[in-house]
Design a protein around this ligand. Sequence first.
Ligand SMILES: [Zn+2]
Length: 360
Amino acid sequence: MRAAVYLPDGGIGPGRLAEVELAAEVAGPAELALPEVTVRDERGGELLHRPDLVYEPAAGGGPLAGVEAERQARAFGLANVAYHARRALRFAADLLGAPLPHLVVRVGAHSSASRWGGGHYRLPGDTDPPEPYPVAETGEVHLGGGRAFVPGTGTPYFHAPAHNAAIVYHEVGHHICRHTADFRANRLRPPDDQHSGKVALDEGTADFLTALLLGTPDIYGWHRRHIPQWDPRRRQLDARWTMAYLRPKSGGHAHANGTIWASALWTARGRVLAHGGDGERFDRMLMRALSGLGSCDGPVEREQDRRNRFGELLGELLAADAELAPVVRAAMADHGIHTEGSNAQLRARMRGTSTPAVTT
Ligand SMILES: [Zn+2]
């Protein structure tokens, strides 16, 4: 089916509007079904009325748009999410040599409570706030309906998360992590009592995959362009982010701490390319490492603690490709990531070498 979507163009913006071929089926008035992913607008309505999926982005629609513009924007969002979610899932499946479990994406989720401009990845189990949906065992991505206009653009664009490939890629990245590294050791927990919380390595891996798929390290440049590039909240992958910036007691800082891991991966991949290596080989190395980290059985608490360590995942990475290992090891060391030591120890080590001790 023909579909209008935004294609990543490496710039600051939603991407280039283009028509693509999308193997999707209209499964309902607001639902698209693909082999890899089901995408549904939870706000309902007769969105998908055309024989194809060529809808107008309508500047994101939103509360100030007319009824028809809002309908176009939501229909466009469904096709855009389907395209990018499928692309990310296929990218990972090709590298892993096996498909990932089916993903459900709910667009306009949680819209009755309040306007929401973000997304999250959920598994069945207690969450805060609680989920009004029976969450699929294999995992779900929920995208808000949008809360505000993209700041700092000349013409107003309502920031509907479904129009933002970066948000889609990041959340699908959590699905990829859940079924590989499984940072919360959810495979070892009951299927109906899963842990939806994210650790830094989960956030960082999702951000790195987002950068790969977008082709830029400034992954949130579109909707966060008002935040300076050096501010951790911009989440730009950058050589400056080392373990020295790790905020201990990771609660609440998983995204910022994750930027350290994402940046280190970005540096390592760049270094592999600079040495005449193959980027795809590095990507496969990462997928192998993620699967390796998640393949151990053991008490949940112990596994969760082990999988939380930057050094452990680096160890898996180095073991996944002996030939690339020396270049990757050196790049990771520049970010203060070594195979020995806890996260706190790596932080202390990096701080000790990067800031001279103050003597009084
Ligand atoms: Zn996340």
